[in-house]
Design a protein around this ligand. Structure first.
Ligand code: GLV
Ligand code: MN
Ligand code: MN
Length: 415
């Protein structure tokens, strides 16, 4: 078929409009949108209005995953899915996830405008909470849809104020039976997610499209270190069991262990540290810090995770503190489906877009969709490879190229 025409001004306008629905104290392009907040709900309302304007049938499941369906001529066949997430970590940019949701919608609108009639239905999904911000575990929507997490495990998750997942989702208006969110077998014939690369390779290689062949294995954990508090003036240094000083040594050891790994793909991040009681003249008695650890090879990642746990335990003994570990998730990597990869490659070729096959170092809902559907992803370049920052940026041309490639990929998979 002819290249579908993307209304890039409309799409960029929608991305910018969505970015105004934010809890970030700074204006857009800085964005904060955390799952099940008022802001998240307003973003969902905005999306629904766009879906309905495009004539798509909207369905919301028990956890708030939102499906907008363009019915195919054979609606009983497995659908072709696309989509991503609209939640944004604190102080994020405006493209992570949103390009895949609004770009998925634009791909459908472009195919509609081109007079294409799909045989299989095409669905754009907005997954609930790809980001782990509120409950410590990311991709809760796609974990539940794919059966990677059971409802029983999901409702054990709590947010920072101690509210459990079930309470929070119900308060936000999502009340169905969580078990019903699991997709039936064969629901999707294929799933393909459009996303910004969040790394520098495409820009460095001057390529428009990355066709993802695998998604790296992420793990997240948290550690609670308990020492002894006291008066900052009165407790002399030899008597101290300062939880923050012990944590500092642990954080530094985590960095060293990851750097010492033979795998160049091993990355470790401590992104959050809470100090109790957090007073200038009080010795920290308790610290909680998080760990995000990833590698392309799941076994390698697990071995380093074990090494980090051992190091943390050793430092706790050395410093006279106690430490508790909690592994929140340790997921295997996912491999893309060869037919989805070849559909994306053919799309890039037919549009004369330079492309490469590559690995996704970030995780995505597609990591879990791969468990229930042949999966693939299309990446577009972002400036400097920057992401999870307000200065994240993909040009209108880059987005338009990605959406065109997505549209052709969807058309070919939907028949
Ligand atoms: C997703 O946002 C990730 O952290 O990879
Ligand atoms: Mn993200
Ligand atoms: Mn994302």
């Amino acid at each position: 078929m002819n290249p579908p025409i993307i209304d890039i001004e409309r799409l960029v306008g929608e991305l910018q409009q969505l970015a105004t629905i934010s809890d970030c104290p700074e204006p857009p392009p800085a964005v904060t949108r955390v799952v099940f907040t008022e802001t998240d709900l307003r973003a969902r309302d905005y999306l629904r209005s766009l879906y309905e304007a495009a004539g798509l049938a909207v369905r919301v499941d028990a956890i708030g995953n939102t499906f907008a369906r363009w019915e195919g001529s054979e609606p009983s066949l497995g659908a072709v899915g696309t989509g991503s997430h609209c939640d944004a970590i604190p102080h994020a940019g405006l493209y992570d996830g949103t390009v895949g949701v609004l770009g998925g919608l634009e791909a459908i609108r472009a195919l509609q405008a081109a007079g294409f009639q799909p045989r299989r239905s095409i669905e754009v999904v907005m997954f609930t909470s790809e980001e782990p911000t509120r409950f410590g575990v990311g991709c809760t929507g796609s974990r539940l849809m794919s059966g990677a997490m059971s409802p029983a495990d999901l409702v054990k998750l709590t947010d920072e104020v101690g509210d459990d997942y079930d309470t929070v989702r119900k308060r936000a208006g999502f009340s169905g039976d969580l078990a019903s969110a699991k997709l039936p077998n064969g629901y999707y014939e294929a799933f393909v997610e459009l996303h910004i690369e969040q790394g520098p390779e495409l820009e460095a290689n001057d390529l428009a499209i990355g066709v993802v062949t695998a998604i790296a294995a992420p793990a997240q954990a948290d550690f609670t270190v308990t020492g002894e508090g006291g008066h900052a003036g009165a407790v002399l240094m030899p008597r101290r069991r300062d939880a923050l000083i012990a944590s500092a040594a642990m954080v530094s050891a985590i960095d060293s262990v990851a750097r010492a790994s033979k795998s160049p793909d091993m990355v470790a991040t401590v992104g959050k540290l809470e100090v109790h009681p957090g007073a200038v003249n009080s010795i920290p008695s308790r610290v909680r810090f998080t760990l995000d650890l990833r590698d392309i090879d799941g076994a390698n990642r697990d071995a380093v995770l074990k090494e980090i746990e051992d190091e943390v335990d050793r430092i706790a003994v050395e410093r006279g503190v106690k430490v508790e570990h909690r592994i929140l998730n340790a997921d295997p990597p996912a491999i893309s489906d060869k037919n989805v990869v070849s559909a994306a490659v053919s799309a890039a070729e037919s549009l004369n877009l330079g492309y490469q096959e590559m690995i996704s170092r970030a995780y995505h809902d597609s990591l879990f969709m791969a468990r229930v559907a042949p999966m693939g992803m299309i990446f577009i370049p972002c400036r400097g490879g920057v992401s999870h920052r307000p200065d994240e940026y993909s040009s209108p041309e880059a987005i338009a190229a990605g959406v065109q490639a997505l549209a052709l990929t969807l058309a070919s998979l939907a028949g």
